[in-house]
Design a protein around this ligand. Structure first.
Ligand code: SF4
Ligand code: SF4
Length: 116
């Protein structure tokens, strides 16, 4: 791994170091499970910030961590998550459909629909 990951805050399958996030949307575009989205944030770069809207749907595929150019998003180790009594989700049709909606919403969180 190119960078040492920030310490897992505890029981999260996926988490972000918002100091490093440049709001590029890449992680949102590669997530298969509709976990991520961008939220409008006037104080941050590009006026947006990554949001982990559905951590319970994270399947642990690592695509977000592998593609983030700024090493800002991290995925838990399966064993660490298991030690916390949790596990990654399975990819469901609902999650896939949500991801399609997020992509159609220009990678913005579905809670941001109609905002702008
Ligand atoms: S890929 Fe990295 S820098 Fe880009 S929005 Fe996601 S967390 Fe932020
Ligand atoms: S690990 Fe996979 S499912 Fe989880 S947030 Fe990252 S891209 Fe989405």
């Amino acid at each position: 791994m190119a960078a040492s990951p920030m310490v897992n805050p505890g029981d999260q399958p996926v988490w972000v170091n918002t100091d490093n996030c440049k709001a590029c949307d890449i992680c949102v575009s590669v997530c298969p499970s509709g976990v991520l989205g961008m939220k409008y944030e006037s104080t941050s770069t590009l006026g947006a910030m990554i949001s982990i809207d559905h951590p319970e749907a994270c399947i642990g595929c690592n695509e977000c961590e592998l593609t983030c150019p700024d090493f800002a998003i991290y995925v838990a180790d399966k064993q660490e998550l298991k030690a916390a009594g949790l596990s990654f989700a399975k990819l469901t049709d609902d999650a896939k459909a949500r991801q399609e909606q997020i992509v159609a919403n220009n990678y913005m969180s579905l809670s941001e629909q109609g905002v702008k």
